[in-house]
Design a protein around this ligand. Structure first.
Ligand SMILES: [Zn+2]
Length: 251
């Protein structure tokens, strides 16, 4: 399983009431056309659907906020935090302009050992390869006013590692990103949403201010900053299809 949750986000209206109770953090992965053979089809969002989602936020008066602001509960009108996991090139290529047009800012969680490479961790699960941003592309992302965070050194399942290895994933990813890009890296994202109190304590010790999980929900000042909740953005086709398959059985 990758970063999935039970109640995917696709359009604003069904979520408006929930979003009045705190700050939503949306979890995106890939923006753009889906190559043939993709296993998790719902994690690709077309540019048209992405633009439509941003437009809905604009019409409803939402502004984007940082993860630190999301922890504080937001202020001065409705807020949403936009997060992209893994650092895919297709986000830079396809999301940068729509984000600028809608005056929204976002954060990409990067995997330092895979910068400029492929999503090796997905390939092991049989997923199709996608390019990850290289250092110059990450600089373009930063220059556009967006943020970066750490997604561990190698996209590891942190709870399965020794404390020593988990520490390396959490600490060295922060240092590598800060040294390479000369920006503070205050935000962490648990790969696969896989964390436990020991992992969280390492994240705290490393000096991160927030950490994103894949647990569904909204964030208020009562939400632990190192266990922020998110909503997976998914194209609904796959979930509807799998629901149908569950109800009807295999074809
Ligand atoms: Zn990831």
């Amino acid at each position: 399983m990758r970063e999935l949750s039970a109640a995917p986000y696709f359009t604003l209206n069904p979520f408006l009431e929930l979003f009045r109770t705190g700050v939503p953090i949306l979890m995106y992965h890939k923006i753009g056309p889906r190559p043939p053979g993709v296993r998790l089809k719902g994690l690709y969002l077309s540019v048209a659907n992405f633009v439509r989602q941003l437009g809905e936020f604009q019409v409803a008066g939402f502004a984007s906020c940082t993860l630190a602001e999301a922890c504080a509960g937001g202020s001065g009108g409705p807020r949403v935090a936009l997060t992209f996991d893994d650092g895919f090139c297709n986000v830079l290529e396809n999301a940068l302009e729509p984000l600028a047009q809608h005056r929204l800012r976002a954060i990409q969680f990067l995997v330092p050992d895979a910068i400029g490479k492929l999503n090796e961790w997905d390939l092991r699960d049989g997923e199709v390869p996608e390019r990850l941003m290289d250092a110059s592309q990450i600089r373009l992302w930063l220059q556009a006013g967006h943020a970066i965070g750490s997604h561990s050194l190698t996209h590891a399942r942190l709870t399965r590692l020794s404390v020593r290895d988990a520490r390396e994933e959490i600490f060295a990813s922060k240092k590598t990103l800060e040294d390479t890009f000369a920006v503070p890296v205050d935000h962490f994202c648990y790969p696969y949403g896989d964390w436990n109190p020991a992992v969280r304590d390492l994240v705290m010790e490393a000096g991160y201010r927030t950490a994103c999980t894949t647990a569904f929900g909204i964030n208020t000042p009562a939400t632990p900053p190192l266990a922020l909740r998110r909503l997976t953005v998914r194209h609904p086709t796959r979930s509807l299809r799998s629901l149908k398959a569950k109800l009807l059985g295999p074809d």
